[in-house]
Write a protein that binds this ligand. Sequence first.
Ligand code: 0GY
Length: 320
Amino acid sequence: MRSSADIIQAEATDKALTMPEPRFKMDDGWRVFHPNPSRPDFHVPPGSVDAHCHVFGPGNSFPYAPTRKYTPCDAPKEKLWQLRDHLGFARNVIVQASCHGTDNAALVDALESSEGMARGVCVLAPDVATEELEAMHRAGVRGVRFNFVKRLVDALPRDRLLALTEKIAPLGWHIVIYFEAHDLPELYGFFASLPTTVIVDHMGRPDVTRGTDAPEFDLFVRLLAENENIWTKVSCPDRLSQTGPPDYADVVPFGRHLVERFPDRVLWGTDWPHPNLKSHMPDDGKLVDFIPKIATTPKRQQQLLVDNPMRLYWPEEFER
Ligand code: 0GY
């Protein structure tokens, strides 16, 4: 007869066999996404799109890039689909995060298992082959991200970025740009020269303590006013706010200003699983409750959450 010690040992062995050791350990102090987000009070319109979110790994199947500047917790596609359903969204746009470098395998895997309900934005190496781009297009990739945030990446030189712009042209992809407000003066001319639709992440990351009439935000608004091909995501109050959750009150004037001024060039996303947040981990339900504060009428909400992202990512299904 087996003793209880033997049984415990056998169970431990079974567990070790079924649950391989994680190959990657998340960074010390890494904040894991909210385990149990609230159900939002705000009901998003039918067909809404979460137009900025990520998948991370799992690292054992989709290793994190050797060049990464952080190692996150795993945030697999199944969790993302659960969150989508819980919040009342229908679709996702998944953006390749810097921890996966230019290996878009986790992104493509998520797109392929989404039954057409997710599109993607990838990150490319300068020498990417045309066949690779075409395969990503078939999987649902519709854009490339140029990241200028120095703590996340060493940005490619501009001539390389322009060469990539030419490579994606035959596919009709757009460009997503991520930068911090203090770098905009230097990057302004480059952004204005991009020939595709261009989408700026997280409102160009304003310093919200400086108010909407500060010169930095003014410059950002000018970028959109002068370039009709440039859009922005009115996302990440959790990343920008100093007053904090659950209201993120200091971010409201920025989001509202952009939604009112450029109603057909704004997108919204959760930014799940919220990489690199230091102050707190947002409750995704409360982030959804932020939406009606910046898009204050049903018409604006429909544009922000359905019409604009559908026009860009699912034009074949958009019939307005
Ligand atoms: C950030 C936010 C993000 C990180 C990344 O590529 C990335 O690692 O995108 C984000 O997407 O919001 O500032 O760390």
